[in-house]
Design a protein around this ligand. Structure first.
Ligand code: ZN
Length: 267
């Protein structure tokens, strides 16, 4: 699937029975576009992805010439199951959701990846194909690097291995928490938790999301989401207007969320 500019045109070709969240491709300027390689901009520019940002300078210098700045559209599929992983992505403001496809074709988000993480990380273990469905849930900026190039750096550099393993550990923790969350916590708790996780990763309290999209991420029916968002709005916790959810009172939203939020908090 990951064929650069073709991404936006092929996100639903895998299986017509698959019911992904109905995320419209934005028509604004957040198109998927390869831009400047990092070597052409100021070396001291601060990268907001925490993996890249936290690398020791000597390690970062080894990989920064290979980084490319990309903008990802909401709804774009990065990888379908069994797609060859050509690039690893380091999101900054973009958020990518990791979906499992259920037997009835519906989807369930099992993890999300934002500025704290890496997409396509299983390629460092010589697993060259994607396991799940990875789709952009919030548009924004990311950096990408050729998977073979990153792998070459990974096998030679112990510090990079340590950073990657730390992230994989936290990613597994997030998935494990999701398993508990999806089976033991109420839809309202999960919805509140999910909004907080999204907000933390993109750094925004105004989130471009429809109720239908949220239902798809949570694997629930839309009427459930409608009832919950109405209730949260009446309590002054969120507002909802024309495909945008605004978090008005984060403290109350945290109080309404399950412990999964605090257990996997990234900030
Ligand atoms: Zn939970």
């Amino acid at each position: 699937m990951n064929q650069g500019y073709k991404l936006q045109n092929t996100n639903l070709e895998f299986n017509s029975s698959v019911i992904l969240p109905n995320i419209p491709i934005n028509s604004n300027n957040w198109g998927y576009s390869k831009s400047r390689p990092y070597s052409q901009i100021s070396y001291n520019k601060r990268i907001e992805n925490e993996i890249l940002n936290n690398l020791p300078e000597n390690v970062f210098r080894e990989i920064f010439p290979f980084l490319e700045e990309v903008y990802l559209k909401t709804g774009e599929c990065i990888y379908q199951p069994e797609d060859v992983i050509n690039y690893l992505y380091f999101p900054e403001t973009a958020i990518i959701s990791d979906f499992q496809i259920l037997e009835d074709g519906k989807t369930l988000e099992v993890a999300m990846i934002g500025k704290e993480g890496i997409v396509g990380i299983n390629s460092v273990f010589n697993s060259h194909s994607s396991i799940n469905w990875l789709q952009v849930s919030i548009f924004g900026k990311a950096w990408r690097i050729d998977a073979k190039t990153f792998h070459n750096q990974f096998v030679q550099n112990g510090v990079l291995q340590e950073v990657v393993f730390d992230y994989i550990n936290s990613y597994i923790a997030q998935i494990s928490q999701k398993v508990i969350c999806n089976s033991h916590h109420s839809v309202e708790e999960r919805l509140c938790c999910w909004l907080l996780m999204i907000s933390d990763r993109c750094g925004q309290t105004n989130l471009p999301l429809t109720q239908e999209q949220i239902a798809g991420f949570l694997g629930v029916h839309r009427p459930s989401v409608t009832l919950i968002t109405q209730s949260l709005r009446e309590k002054g916790i969120i507002n909802y207007l024309r495909g945008k959810i605004s978090i008005l009172d984060k403290a109350k939203l945290e109080f309404s969320a399950c412990d999964c939020y605090s257990n996997t908090k990234i900030i």
